[in-house]
Design a protein around this ligand. Structure first.
Ligand code: ADP
Ligand code: ASP
Ligand code: MG
Length: 411
């Protein structure tokens, strides 16, 4: 008998019929003799609707109230699923994050989990009751409701699995596993039987929203066995593992695991800044102080005494970053500030990249073959990212998928 945490996402909970289907799956897992703790998201589209509603009242919002409002979507879901389970004769009890207690810091809309009290849930399991826990939400030390960032129910699921020392955390969603790239963009994408935490972390941080990045961090840190599965189609899903898989693949084959992409960035360029020490710090210092994360950075070699300095930020932070950059640029007597939000980032990810030269040039050649201009490049041991114009994003993903033969098992 295993203890399993099952997390069901928004699409899986998207209608009463689907909630009944989730209840049937939970009941079936129990009939196999397992103990189950369930984590659910709000019904699909509900969090967006709630945030829009809040913004219609107050466009800039108030972080505490935005979280208070956004968290209600999950509260509806837990109640509905608990009722659906009861109807099937399965004893169930719903819990909000505060009722569990999932304690977080007070960074509204991106709170981090500090600790979880597992006793009540374990007592329920012991008594044959299925706890149904609201994902995405927690409570800070002062009793304020907090949320964990978009996609945060994944993190609730993994954090609960860690706290309960569960045998497995199963993330049920609308695709039957982690694919070589988003199957909605590349229908030839292939499901991976396994992927390492390291690669999944890169994929998530580079834009693959199939798992929230923090859930992967948590799973890696606490060694939670994590699997992504479909709510609608039976199958083995994808296991996130500590080790690289070598089964059936030679070292030569396993170079690239997947392609991630991100449409959420915007680019700022300061033109004609003096080429002297301290300029990068002068520009990026105030951005960091404003709590804005910078992703890619490029500074050109100066042909004369001035140079151009380009960096990217999340689109949500763009207006603030733009204002700050304009102020700094004026102080530095730079020529101008240019901005672009019609950009996208495409990344190749794979631990096998470490031991193989030539992957970058193959990537650049493939993009050039389609006339796609690369604006920025950044690399690490296991990824290569490029910034391109967003209108070429889907073409770039498909081109790279083909160029690296990701559709066939041996790539
Ligand atoms: P849920 O509501 O269940 O949390 P999400 O929409 O957050 O579901 O995540 C699932 C979606 O992630 C899929 O529908 C798919 O479009 C997208 N996705 C992006 N990259 C990948 C990938 N590499 N593999 C599988 N799905 C991906
Ligand atoms: N409902 C939240 C969201 O839409 C959390 C989640 O689905 O994981 O982002
Ligand atoms: Mg999700």
């Amino acid at each position: 008998m295993a203890l399993i945490v099952q997390k069901y996402g928004g699409t899986s909970m998207g209608s009463i019929e689907r909630i009944e289907h989730v209840a049937a799956k939970v009941a079936a897992t129990r009939e196999q003799g397992h103990r189950v703790v369930v984590v659910v998201s709000a019904m699909s589209g509900e969090t967006d609707r709630l945030l829009k509603l809040a913004k219609s009242v107050h466009p800039r919002g108030n972080p505490r109230e935005m979280d208070q409002i956004a968290a209600t979507g999950e509260q509806v879901s837990i109640g509905l699923l608990a009722l659906a389970l009861e109807k099937r004769g399965v004893q169930a009890r719903s819990y909000t994050g505060a009722q569990v207690a999932i304690r977080t810091d007070n960074a509204y809309s991106k709170a981090r989990i500090k600790d979880i009290k597992a006793e009540r849930l374990l007592a329920d399991c012991q008594a044959g009751i299925v706890p149904v826990v609201a994902g995405f939400q927690g409570v800070d030390d002062s009793g304020n409701v907090t949320t964990l960032g978009r996609g945060g129910s994944d993190t609730t699921g993994v954090a609960l699995a860690a706290a309960l020392k569960a045998d497995e955390c199963q993330i049920y969603t609308d695709v039957d596993g982690v694919y070589t790239t988003d199957p909605r963009v590349e229908p030839q994408a292939r499901r991976l039987d396994r992927i390492t935490f390291e690669e999944m972390l890169e994929m998530a941080s580079l834009g693959s929203k199939v798992l929230q990045i923090r859930s992967v961090e948590f799973a890696g840190k606490y060694k939670v066995p994590l699997r992504v599965l479909s709510t609608f189609v039976d199958g083995p899903g994808t296991l996130i593992t500590l080790e690289e898989s070598t089964a059936g693949e030679s070292m030569e084959d396993a170079r690239i695991s997947g392609i991630a992409f991100n449409r959420d960035e915007a680019q700022l360029t300061v033109l004609g800044v003096p080429d002297r020490p301290g300029i990068a710090a002068a520009i990026l210092g105030p951005i960091g102080e404003a709590n804005i994360e910078v992703d890619m950075i490029v500074q050109n070699v100066a042909p004369d005494a001035t140079t151009d300095f380009t960096f990217t930020v999340h689109r949500n932070d763009f207006d603030r970053a733009h204002d700050i950059t304009k102020t700094v640029a004026a102080e530095l007597h730079a020529k101008d500030v240019r901005s672009a939000s019609d950009i996208a980032k495409v990344s190749l990810v794979g631990v096998g990249m470490r031991s193989h030269a030539g992957i970058a040039s193959r990537m650049f050649k493939a993009l050039a073959g389609d006339g796609i201009n690369i604006q920025m490049i950044s690399t690490s041991e296991i990824k290569i990212s490029v910034v391109i114009q967003d209108k070429y994003l889907e073409l770039a993903v498909r081109t790279l998928h083909k160029a690296f033969n990701l559709e066939s098992a041996a790539c």
